[in-house]
Design a protein. Structure first.
Ligand code: SF4
Ligand code: SF4
Length: 159
């Protein structure tokens, strides 16, 4: 039965690994942050912004119930029905809400670059979920990808 403690050899190995990574970065520093918005990441399979077609929504609330981040709030509309709005400050982009929606009122998009100036802007009402957020292109972006080679992050410029 495991006592939950690391063996001496595991501790020594982890320490040697940490020192060797530090030494490698001292000799040839690797940068893992990017200069956004001058540089942009390749988002790969990450999921995007979530849209809502209110007219398809039956107010079943299944999306709000399944949300693991408690990011969905139901808003009362003038017609007395409740429609979902998403707090992107909480949303983890799992898309469970889209998967569970029986009428496809919630739909996925490829909009992965979401930035806000203020946390209040991250709170989307059902009306706001209809129009995709605008992406401000202030600069010509350089696309980069962070790849991991042998556990070491490596910045790769994309064509
Ligand atoms: S994507 Fe996931 S976390 Fe975000 S609102 Fe939907 S269920 Fe909640
Ligand atoms: S968006 Fe879909 S899951 Fe959510 S309340 Fe409307 S119909 Fe139900």
């Amino acid at each position: 039965m495991s006592s939950g403690k690391l063996s001496y050899s595991a501790i020594i190995k982890a320490t040697i690994d940490a020192i060797s990574i530090a030494a490698r970065n001292f000799v040839k520093p690797e940068r893992i942050t990017i200069y956004y918005p001058y540089e942009k990441l390749e988002y790969g399979r990450a999921r995007g912004w979530i849209g809502l077609l209110v007219e398809k929504c039956t107010s079943c609330m299944m999306c709000a119930r399944i949300c693991p981040a408690n990011a969905i709030k139901m808003y009362v509309a003038p017609n007395g029905k409740r429609y979902p709005g998403i707090d992107y400050g909480r949303c983890i982009m799992c898309h469970f809400c889209i998967d569970v929606c029986p009428t496809e009122a919630l739909f996925p998009t490829d909009i992965k670059e979401l930035t806000w100036y203020d946390s209040k802007e991250m709170l989307y009402t059902p009306e706001m979920e209809r129009e995709p957020p605008k992406i401000h292109q202030l600069h010509k972006p350089i696309k980069v990808a962070i790849k991991y080679a042998g556990g070491i992050p490596k910045k790769v410029k994309l064509a």
